[in-house]
Design a binder for this molecule. Structure first.
Ligand code: ADP
Ligand code: MG
Length: 209
């Protein structure tokens, strides 16, 4: 399965979700490749910050030919997660064309809800060439018991893209784990952040079937 984690808005949690999704799939026993398609190379930085053995393979490929080369790059892997770039439209378009499912992290903020229009448009355009692209929103950095945390699902319903039932809450552990090139499960295997990531991964696998 090829997951394209995309949103042209920066800071929404693409890299955070990408590394933790890749980690979760790895933990379940799959051979996973994380492709860093962001010229900024945050996923590569994450991998470089790590001490000891890598959890999964990470490869930098910030070029708009991912969709043409994915077969070759991803050969031998069960799952590929593409950590998408902000802004750069030709890269995002290529990552969408490469993906079986486009996963769009959005924060519970009106700015994020408005900005999501851009990636939704790109997906609609890509459907002309690739009819069966799936897409889904994942709410990230939800702040518990806030009105905006509840309203975001309703606001996103205006788009022709479903919203994952599982959400990721705002938690310091995501940044703490990233600082050492780790996934949250490595810091707190039985904690709430790990449980949320697992729920997202399980639901995504269901969507992807
Ligand atoms: P993007 O790749 O979309 O630019 P990042 O994954 O780099 O976004 O996230 C931006 C910042 O927000 C990072 O500092 C990251 O640690 C933090 N962050 C992302 N998701 C969460 C979360 N659920 N809880 C706390 N911090 C988060
Ligand atoms: Mg990023």
């Amino acid at each position: 399965m090829i997951f394209g984690v995309l949103n042209q808005k920066g800071g929404v949690g693409k890299t955070t979700l990408s590394v933790n999704l890749a980690a979760s799939l790895t933990r379940a026993g799959a051979r996973v490749l994380l492709i860093d398609a962001d010229p900024q190379g945050s996923a590569l930085d994450w991998a470089a910050a790590r001490e000891g053995d890598p959890l999964f393979s990470v490869a930098g490929f910030p070029r708009p030919s991912i969709h043409k080369e994915i077969g070759q790059i991803g050969h031998g892997y069960d799952h590929i997660v593409i950590d998408g770039p902000p802004r750069v439209t030709d890269l995002a378009r290529s990552a969408i064309m490469a993906a079986d499912i486009v996963v769009i992290p959005v924060q519970p903020s009106p700015y994020d809800i408005w900005a999501a229009e851009e990636v939704v448009k790109l997906i609609e355009e890509a459907r002309i060439y690739k009819e069966n692209i799936k897409s889904v929103f994942v709410i990230n950095r939800k702040i518990t018991n806030t009105a905006i945390g509840r309203d975001v699902r309703e606001a996103l319903a205006a788009y022709p893209v479903p919203v994952l039932q599982a959400v990721i809450t705002q938690r310091v552990i995501f940044a703490e784990a990233a600082a050492h090139g780790q996934a949250v499960f490595e810091l707190d295997a039985n904690g709430p952040a790990t449980a949320e990531v697992e729920a997202v991964a399980t639901e995504l696998m269901g969507y992807a079937q």
